[in-house]
Design a protein around this ligand. Structure first.
Ligand code: PAF
Length: 283
């Protein structure tokens, strides 16, 4: 595996692969890799001749008081895992390589509407940070395809919309959430949980599953389903930001007749902000 830190080196390598007619897949990450990330790499490998993984803890997507400083940085370990998963290239730039200007003078990619609801409401500027860095990474690596996890459902929608609006020639591939045996969605932030909190954490997926079952059984009282889920999370000791049933296609509030739904949850458990979702199709 080649490891590069500079954009011009990355561009030179990508140009060589392109000259050889090879298809390139990109897996953007912030590192501290777990099995969920490695599945993205596996999928990327199926879709292209060359796989580039990026590790970059992006300051632009963290708000004030969030965990940018403490976010786990485990480059050596990550590098070993990527090598084992036959990644061709690891691109791990410094912040100064990606952002040449102070944050207030940066050109920002903003996806209006979609970025302002759900997680965007609680983390103002977060999705502009994500869209900006992903757009930059696409410009640097010029991939044919990029693979993202569906755990970050809203993020995936923001990225798809950005690619469509800016006509970026890249195929976006979503991958099903990878879960621990007890249902907890894998996330780098799970490492913030204490032993007691870790034992409680699967409640998020349990409540999503119960709500999905109620919807599938024909319950259409979305508000009362959301309220009861919220109470279950609070009773288990979590502090929910939101628990919402939305239209899967655009995250707007659904009508009763809506067939394709997604249930989305975000809740704090100690220092960890857990997010998860479950899609429901009623036919
Ligand atoms: O999902 C993540 O890890 C990050 O938001 C991403 C897409 C790598 C952008 O920094």
């Amino acid at each position: 595996m080649i490891t590069l830190h500079k954009i011009d080196q990355l561009r030179r390598q990508v140009a060589l692969w392109r000259q050889a007619g090879q298809r390139i897949a990109l897996v953007p990450t912030m590192g501290n890799l777990h099995t969920g990330h490695l599945r993205l790499v596996d999928r990327a490998r199926q879709l292209a001749d060359r796989v580039i993984a990026t590790i970059f803890v992006n300051p632009l997507q963290f708000g004030q008081g969030e965990d940018f400083e403490s976010y786990p940085r485990t480059l050596e370990d990550d590098s070993q895992k990527l090598e084992e998963y036959a990644t061709d290239l690891l691109f791990a730039p410094a912040v100064s390589e990606v952002y040449q200007r102070p944050q207030t003078e940066q050109t920002i990619v903003r996806v209006p509407g979609l970025s302002d609801i759900l997680c965007g409401q609680f983390r103002p500027g977060h999705f502009a940070g994500v869209a900006t860095v992903v757009c930059k990474l696409f410009n640097m690596a010029q991939p044919d395809v990029a693979v993202f996890g569906e755990k970050d459902y809203q993020q995936l929608m923001v990225i798809r919309r950005m690619v469509e609006d800016l006509q970026i020639p890249v195929q976006i591939e979503g991958m099903a959430t990878v879960r621990e045996a007890d249902g907890l969605a894998m996330s780098s932030r799970n490492g913030y949980l204490t032993v007691e909190e870790r034992a409680k954490a699967p409640v998020v997926y349990q409540v999503l599953t119960q709500t999905a079952e109620a919807l599938q059984a024909g319950d259409q009282d979305f508000k009362s389903l959301e309220e009861s889920a919220w109470n279950s999370l609070e009773n288990a000791g979590l502090r929910p930001d939101y628990f919402q049933i939305r239209r899967a296609q655009d995250l707007q509030s659904p009508d009763k007749e809506e067939k394709d739904l997604v249930i989305l949850a975000a809740a704090y458990l100690g220092a960890a902000r857990l997010i998860d979702n479950k899609t429901v199709t009623n036919r």
